[in-house]
Design a protein around this ligand. Structure first.
Ligand code: UD1
Length: 353
């Protein structure tokens, strides 16, 4: 029995294709939900959209500071694993739930797998970087999504015997659903925005600078801004709602709706890892408000550009594709074999043995 750990929004797009592949290969698994994200549109909506099976257990850990949240997940998961010892704990991504579950597995000598291993921004100020490094160094099966990530693991001295370059399940999911529908938003020109990294939201100057850029972009295009709960909380705390007067802001969208909006966007502005990848595959220009990216190939082969927190630079980067030849996705030539929609299948083949 494998416990597939899910807790926060970006986990569910990875768990969905992996669970489909496990089912196809007759691999016994259950979803263990840590409860890191709990709002309907950060969590349950994905279970409904992807037809995920109900969690075997819900650990109800909720929000908290990093130590508090990680410790709560570890305490509750360890207790649960004492009662019902799984044969493997399978983690995805880089959120606190990922690292907490990895630590429990390693301490209880339960074989541990990590999908998205080796991804690095080389910025230890990002909580996700710590989560990735810790998880990778205690994992028994490592599944990087790109050759670069595999090289990162090798450079850190991790054995290549337990590292399997399989590709990206999140892209499996994207291809699976976009092949089923061609629906896009037939709207006028719009820029889609999703911002939630603490470095951009929890600092008043940074958040104000980003909101200024959005407000400055309104003469060029309609701005559709899906607001993550963290971002919403900080806009209120810093009293910045006046910047959103001319902006069409919404609560977080479900997957199908969000992808539909991505496909029709003139440009996407984000600080999310997953959206950098999805826009590159869909050939939609993406402006990432980040100093570094942990998915270098979206910049090298994809449609992604990095821009610092500076309103003028964000406006320049976001308007560039409106007047110039947009960047092209060269993924299909360079990384075709890894982004073929079968990464989860390859994971299942390896796990099954
Ligand atoms: C987490 C991940 C981040 C990921 C992001 C995607 C970590 C360290 N960070 O960041 O890598 O990109 O999820 O969304 O794991 N909140 C709600 N409802 C919810 C969930 C959260 O209102 O359902 C609010 C709470 O006030 C909470 C805050 O959002 O304190 C932040 O949530 P948290 O899970 O700590 O981190 P994220 O910013 O969501």
């Amino acid at each position: 029995m494998i416990y597939l750990i899910g807790g926060a929004r970006p986990n569910f797009m990875k768990i969905a294709p992996i669970s489909r592949a496990f089912e196809k290969h007759g691999i016994e698994y259950e979803i263990v939900h840590t409860g890191q994200h709990y709002d309907y549109n950060m969590n349950q909506v994905f279970f409904e959209e992807f037809g995920l099976k109900d969690p075997f257990v819900h650990l109800d850990c909720g929000s908290g500071n990093h130590g508090e949240q990680t410790a709560q997940i570890m305490t509750n998961l360890e207790r649960f694993c004492f009662e019902s010892r799984p044969d493997m704990i399978f983690t995805v991504g880089d959120v606190n739930s990922t690292m907490a579950a990895a630590l429990v597995a390693a301490k209880m000598h339960i074989p541990l797998a990590h999908q998205e291993a080796g991804m690095r921004s080389f910025d230890k100020k990002m909580p996700e970087e710590i989560n990735r490094i810790v998880t990778d160094h205690i994992s028994d099966y490592l599944f990087p999504i790109s050759p670069q990530d595999r090289r990162n693991l090798m450079n850190e001295g991790i054995s290549m015997d337990k590292t399997f370059l399989v590709g990206d399940p999140m892209i499996d999911n994207l291809l699976y659903y976009t092949s089923q529908t061609n629906e896009i938003v037939e709207d006028k020109k719009y820029i889609l925005v999703e911002i939630h990294r603490p470095v951009n939201t929890d600092n008043k100057h940074a958040l104000q600078e980003i909101l200024t850029s959005l407000s400055d972009l309104t003469p060029f295009a309609k701005i559709i801004f899906t607001i993550h709960p963290r971002t919403k909380k900080m806009i209120t705390e810093f009293n910045l709602w006046e910047y959103l007067t001319d902006i069409d802001w919404r609560d977080p969208m479900g997957y199908f709706e969000f992808i539909k909006y991505v496909k029709g966007a003139t440009v996407v502005i984000t600080d999310s890892d997953g959206i950098q990848q999805e826009t590159s595959v869909l050939n939609i220009p993406c402006v990432s408000i980040r100093d570094t990216t942990n998915i270098e190939y979206t910049v090298t082969y994809g449609t992604n550009v990095l821009v610092e927190v500076d309103a003028t630079k964000i406006v320049a980067a976001a308007t560039f594709p409106m007047y110039n030849e947009p960047f092209r996705n060269r993924f299909t030539d360079q990384l075709k074999h890894l982004n073929d929609g079968n990464a989860s299948e390859r994971i299942a083949e390896i796990i099954k043995v």
